[in-house]
Design a protein around this ligand. Structure first.
Ligand code: 13P
Length: 251
C-alpha cells in the first residue's frame, strides 16, 4: 500500500551538460517503472534545465536544501522553497547528514525549512541518521528519535502526507558499508513506532521510510525485502543512469 520511492541525490556532482545528459539517459530506462516514484536531486544550477527536459516524464526533480523562509529578502546565497518550486521541482531534501555535519544544520533549522517547503507546495525528504560513535555508544535510536521530534515538530497529520523520511546512517554514506537489511529494518520499524506515537498509527503506516547509505544495484533487493523499507535515497550509484535504473528496477 506504500508506493516505494527511489531517489537519487547527486550531491555536488555534474556540470549542467552532464546533468541533462544523465537525466535524459535515465528517462527511457525508468519510463515503465510505475511500481515506484522516481526522484533525482541535481545541484541548484541544474534544477530548472533538468526539470524542463524531464517535463511529462515520470521522473520528479528535487533540490538538495532550501532556505528557512519563502519571503524574499536579504539572504545572500539562500534559495527559498517557493523558488525551487518555481524552477519545476516537486521535492526537496532537507537535513542531509552532510548539511548537519559540515554546514551547521540543526533539528531546528530542519523544522523551519520543512515547514517553509511544505507551504511552498513541495514534498520533503527529511533525512535522519546516527554517526558511528552514536551507534557504537548505543545511542542510535535516541539520536534518530530526537531528529524526528525536532525536525517534525508542529507538523500536522496532513502535513505528513507530503513528508518522506530517509534513514541514512552516517557510517554507511559513501563508505561502501551498507547497513544490513536487519539493521535497516530495525531502525525503520523504530522510526515508524516513533511516528505512531507523535502522529498516530495511520500516519505512521502511510509514511514512506527510505534507506540511504551505499545502496547499489546488488543490495537494493535485499533492503527492499523488509517490511518497513519503502525505498532508497541513493548517492554514488545514482550518478550513472544505468546503475540508478537498475536500483529503480530492483524487482
Ligand atoms: P551513497 O549512496 O554514496 O552512500 O550516499 C548516500 C547518500 O548520502 C544519499 O543521500
Amino acid at each position: 500500500m506504500r508506493k516505494p520511492v527511489i531517489a537519487g541525490n547527486w550531491k555536488m556532482y555534474k556540470l549542467l551538460g552532464e546533468a541533462v545528459e544523465t537525466a535524459l539517459a535515465l528517462k527511457p530506462l525508468v519510463a515503465n517503472s510505475t511500481h515506484c516514484d522516481v526522484v533525482i536531486a541535481p545541484v541548484f544550477t541544474a534544477l530548472k534545465t533538468v526539470a524542463d527536459r524531464l517535463e511529462g516524464s515520470n521522473i520528479k526533480v528535487a533540490a538538495q536544501d532550501c532556505a528557512v523562509q519563502n519571503e524574499f529578502g536579504a539572504q545572500t546565497g539562500e534559495v527559498a522553497p517557493v523558488m525551487i518550486r518555481d524552477a519545476g521541482c516537486s521535492h526537496v531534501i532537507i537535513g542531509h547528514s552532510e548539511r548537519r555535519q559540515f554546514f551547521g544544520e540543526t533539528n531546528e533549522s530542519v523544522n523551519k525549512k520543512t515547514k517553509a517547503a511544505l507551504s511552498a507546495g513541495l514534498a520533503v525528504i527529511v533525512c535522519v541518521g546516527e554517526s558511528l560513535s552514536e551507534r557504537e555508544s548505543g545511542n542510535a535510536e535516541s539520536v534518530v528519535k530526537s531528529q524526528l521530534f525536532g525536525g517534525l515538530a508542529g507538523l500536522t497529520v496532513s502535513d505528513l502526507e507530503r513528508i518522506i523520511i530517509a534513514y541514512e546512517p552516517v557510517w554507511a554514506i559513501g563508505t561502501g558499508k551498507t547497513a544490513t537489511p536487519e539493521q535497516a529494518q530495525e531502525m525503520h520499524g523504530f522510526i515508524r513506532r516513533v511516528l505512531a506515537e507523535t502522529h498516530g498509527a495511520e500516519a505512521a503506516d502511510s509514511m514512506r521510510i527510505l534507506y540511504g547509505g551505499s545502496v547499489k544495484p546488488d543490495n537494493i533487493a535485499s533492503l527492499m525485502n523488509n517490511e518497513d523499507v519503502d525505498g532508497a535515497l541513493v548517492g554514488g550509484a545514482s550518478l550513472e543512469a544505468g546503475s540508478f535504473s537498475r536500483i529503480v528496477n530492483y524487482k
